[in-house]
Ligand binder design. Structure first.
Ligand code: 5GP
Length: 200
């Protein structure tokens, strides 16, 4: 998605060869026009997959997931990283946080996702794929199916890309980074929807 790549180049900061700072437009300050376009783009890529619910993780995934849900006309649920006292019957999974380098427990009320639901996971980044694995576990615990996964930004050399491909879940990436340094970002080519080798 050219607009997202342009904004990353203009407003993002490469903190190291592994970490990109996007807090001017994606996951701290949020650009509503950009989120709307991201939502439109994901909705068009996943519109034929029978999605009935969009799932994400607080907080970075909420804005793109909400706009995707808006354009798909389905509800959105975000999983929490700490269990509030008001949550009575959670599904949970342990996830390693890429940015905080520690484990947390992903949780959501069990009745927010129903048996048989076709769920779309939307997140801001795909790095090692641990958040994706945690979401997959929650969806399985609920007896639902993970019908798709969309990531705004992917760092394609990290483990996540291979893990998502191996899962067989159809997935889309709006801005795929091949490598990055203080010199700049090298992009991979855009692909509309990636399927596993057997599905392609
Ligand atoms: P994963 O679970 O795939 O290893 O990492 C995904 C999560 O880590 C995302 O939800 C995102 O919040 C965070 N993340 C991973 N890489 C980056 C990065 O380069 N920059 C920022 N801001 N967050 C990242």
């Amino acid at each position: 998605m050219e607009k997202l790549k342009r904004i990353i180049e203009e407003q993002g900061t490469v903190l190291s060869s592994e970490v990109l700072k996007t807090d001017r437009f994606l996951n701290h300050a949020i650009d509503p026009d950009l989120m709307n376009e991201i939502g439109t783009e994901f909705a068009s890529r996943f519109q034929d997959l029978g999605i009935i619910r969009v799932l994400t993780i607080e907080s970075g995934g909420i804005a793109p997931a909400l706009m995707t849900a808006l354009h798909l006309h389905v509800p959105m649920v975000f999983c929490k990283k700490t269990r509030p006292v008001t949550m009575c019957c959670p599904l949970s999974a342990s996830v390693h946080s890429f940015t905080k380098n520690r484990d947390y427990t992903l949780c959501m009320e069990a009745d927010l996702i129903k048996k048989g639901d076709r769920v779309l996971f939307i997140d801001d980044f795909l790095a090692n794929g641990d958040a994706f694995a945690g979401i997959r576990s929650l969806v399985e615990q609920a007896g639902a199916s993970l019908a798709g996964a969309g990531f705004c930004i992917e760092k394609s050399w990290q483990r996540g890309r291979k893990n998502v491909e191996a899962s067989g879940v159809p997935h889309a990436v709006l801005a795929s980074i091949a490598s990055m340094s203080s010199e700049g970002i090298i992009w991979n080519e855009d692909q509309p929807l990636r399927l596993s080798a057997e599905q392609a």
